[in-house]
Design a binder for this molecule. Sequence first.
Ligand code: HPA
Length: 276
Amino acid sequence: MADTRIERIHAAADFISKRIGGAEPLVGIVLGSGLGVLAEQIDNKIVLPYRDVPGFPASTAIGHKGNFIFGTISGKPVIAMQGRFHYYEGYTMELVTIGIRVMKVLGIKYLFVSNASGGCNPAYRVGDLVIITDHINMLINPLIGPNMDEFGPRFPDMTCAYDHQLIALAEKVSAELGIVPRRGIYCAGSGPSYETPAEVRFYHAVGADLVGMSTIPEVIVARHCGLPVFGMSVVTNVSNMTTESKVLNDGDDVVRAADAAAAGMSAIFRKMIENL
Ligand code: HPA
């Protein structure tokens, strides 16, 4: 029997492929909250709103636009997702991750992901850029359900979810740019409520430096289909460790802080892509 999930992926990929003249992007990029600015720096842009792509919902989260953008960065063909689908918006995990498999079918060889997060490592400050080295998944696993054998194995390994060579390249180009990103472990829960201070202390105690509501489903699906992944987070707020904290979490502040850090992250992504 035909797998409707796979049919949806191929229908979307065929649609995009026709619109980009059959071109093969080298890098797929997922741009999170406030970080859509990198999309503006893509040359020879072809913009495809999600609502036009068969099977795609329109993205609704604040700070998120909803477009695929195909074009070039430093002459290299890329496809960016300007805005992502979050589980907290009520989408199924199939839809939260569909873009990754669509980009895989289009031919990407690398996936770059970005997000905004709370710093649950007390040393972290608003605006810090953090290279994600590993993750702790507190969301449901996006691979639950019949395995899509065409994409990868039933039980994919996650030992090296974030590619070591891409991390080394990020540190090299950051040094050239005079930026010093941190390295950290990202934990994602479903949201949309922010964490309680007890949850923040728990996440930090088990090894998390960052906490957010996205990215891990996309990374798991990318690793399932063998894509090397690079992930970077911008700390948009310092997580509250006690119930006495006076600075409350706020979605608009998160978007503003992400906007302020977008230039640095964009510069790192651009220079990495130049070097691929
Ligand atoms: N928690 C979860 N998600 C987030 C946060 C946070 O503090 N900041 C930005 N996204």
